[in-house]
Ligand binder design. Structure first.
Ligand code: HEC
Length: 139
């Protein structure tokens, strides 16, 4: 009887720990996204549109989650230092240039999390350490 009780209590404790851990991750993601929205409105919305819908052949949309996933390793550098050349986004070709934003690593982590979770329906955070790591590799 005691063994069963102890086992139940242990399982209960582990479950509670797991659930609260999950909540912490969600809260951090939500905070990143809220800050990211401010960065987005100030630095990105003019070109990419209020909902990330883009503008004609000039500005690509930020709603192509496949493109974002495939280029995850490059996004921080593109946003910080700008980018140009041919890109295919959402089935359309773009050949324009995006100016450097010179945003800090943390603002880039915020804005990418906003794009991932609010403009697209992803759940994933862009952690600051991932952005910092990427920024060291920009050419
Ligand atoms: C002056 C207009 C302008 C601003 C401001 C701007 N972009 Fe861009 N962005 C562009 C253009 C143009 C391209 C495509 C460049 C090309 O054709 O190679 C692009 C490409 C991108 C891409 C890759 C393609 C895609 O649509 O997924 C991402 C991601 C992106 N921008 C995010 C951002 C973020 C985040 C900000 C704000 C920090 C921002 N941009 C600000 C014009 C802009």
């Amino acid at each position: 009887m005691r063994i069963i009780l102890t086992t139940c209590l242990t399982i209960g404790a582990v479950l509670i720990a797991l659930i609260s851990c999950q909540n912490e991750v969600d809260i951090k993601t939500a905070q990143y996204a809220v800050n990211g929205q401010k960065v987005y409105i100030t630095h990105c919305q003019n070109c990419h549109g209020e909902q990330g819908e883009g503008l004609g052949n000039l500005y690509p949309p930020l709603t192509d989650s496949k493109f974002l996933e495939a280029n995850r390793q490059k996004l921080a550098c593109m946003i910080k230092y700008g980018t140009s050349g041919e890109l295919e986004v959402a089935g359309k070709k773009f050949n324009n240039s995006m100016p450097a934003s010179n945003l800090s690593a943390v603002d880039i982590a915020y804005v990418l999390t906003y794009i991932n979770t609010k403009i697209n329906k992803g759940k994933e955070i862009y952690p600051l350490d991932e952005v910092e790591k990427q920024l060291k590799t920009c050419q």
